[in-house]
Design a protein around this ligand. Structure first.
Ligand SMILES: Nc1ncnc2c1ncn2[C@@H]1O[C@H](COP(=O)(O)OP(=O)(O)OP(=O)(O)O)[C@@H](O)[C@H]1O
Ligand SMILES: [Mg+2]
Length: 295
């Protein structure tokens, strides 16, 4: 449980909002999101496509800065961190890692090289994610999609991050490898106290690996509960619909009502969520509050 966890709070979002300007108008990617992640726990983040999951992860290592609100990593606001130190502490792993041209060895050693050190036994990091050490001297661009995904993860582990930000990192893997990676990450969490924020579209995975699960819909944190309760006893009608597969990505945001609208609604702490019952097709307007306060 986050509250009272011996490790304290690893990540705290405080009334965070983020709007992107696009050629077709503005898009409110996050609206007044508040919540915290206890150190040494796994948070699984679920929600329809475009609901703000990747944006929320990107705030933690300051790939993206919030327009409003604060994000704290181990108590310190991310903009007060030295950026390289922040990115060593909180490593972001994407679904499709940006590999550098060259061998697998060069890719896996990249972080160490940037820190001015040689990486001893790079094969250990490959083996940790289920890749054979023999791959070290292969050209990274020759790897399969699943192998590349695992290489991206191995590369992040070299940093020995205290927080892992995982964005759909097992989507290209076969089921047995998915389980291997899940077990490996659960182990990191248990043995080394690593905190994991894990975005996934695979609800079974979210249930298997999560201690806590958050549902984002149209940029709002709708429900934040211990994972067992989230799936067994969802409280918010939007969560119920989402778990039934009925809540899909909202329509085109710009000009359709959600993009320009401010962060009306309750917001509140994790667990209280922002959105209420959804009367229409747009999860952004799920709560009466959002409609009543269109600032
Ligand atoms: N750099 C950007 N510029 C403009 N709009 C952006 C940018 N990044 C995200 N968005 C928009 O913000 C919203 C949230 O995007 P985000 O990538 O966080 O969603 P997501 O929940 O991760 O979706 P998916 O499940 O499809 O990965 C979307 O409407 C998206 O188009
Ligand atoms: Mg995403």
């Amino acid at each position: 449980m986050p509250a009272g966890s011996p490790g304290g709070v690893a990540v705290r979002f405080e009334h965070v909002s983020k709007t992107f300007a696009t050629a077709r108008g503005s898009v409110a990617a996050l609206r007044d999101v508040s919540g915290e992640v206890a150190a040494g726990t796994v948070l699984t983040l679920v929600g329809p496509s475009g609901s703000g999951k990747s944006t929320l992860l990107s705030l933690v290592n300051l790939m993206v800065a919030p327009d409003e609100g604060r994000v704290r990593v181990f108590g310190r606001e991310v903009r007060d961190w030295d950026p390289p130190a922040l990115r060593r502490t909180a490593a972001l792993v994407f679904q499709r890692p940006a590999l550098i041209p060259g061998s697998v060895r060069e890719n896996v050693s990249l972080a160490a090289r940037l820190q001015g050190r040689a990486l001893d036994h790079p094969e250990r990091f490959l083996q940790a994610v289920g890749l054979p050490g023999e791959l070290l001297d292969r050209d990274a661009r020759e790897l399969s999609g699943g192998q590349m995904q695992r290489l991206g993860l191995a590369r992040a582990l070299v940093l020995e991050p205290r927080i892992l930000l995982l964005d759909e990192v097992t989507s290209a893997l076969d089921p047995s490898t998915v389980r291997e990676v899940e077990t490996f990450i659960a182990d990191l969490c248990r043995r080394r106290g690593v905190t994991v924020l894990w975005v996934t579209h695979d609800l079974d995975q979210a249930r298997r690996v999560g201690d806590w699960t958050w549902l984002l819909a149209a940029g709002r944190l709708v429900e934040a509960r211990p994972t067992g309760d989230f799936f067994a006893r969802p409280e918010n009608p939007l969560t119920v619909r989402f778990l039934k597969g009925e809540l899909v990505a909202p329509g085109e945001p710009a000009g359709a009502g959600m993009g320009e609208r401010g962060a009306g609604g309750a917001g509140g702490e994790a667990g209280t969520g922002g959105a209420g019952a959804d009367a229409g097709g747009d999860p952004a307007d799920g709560g009466g509050n959002a409609r009543a306060q269109p600032d």
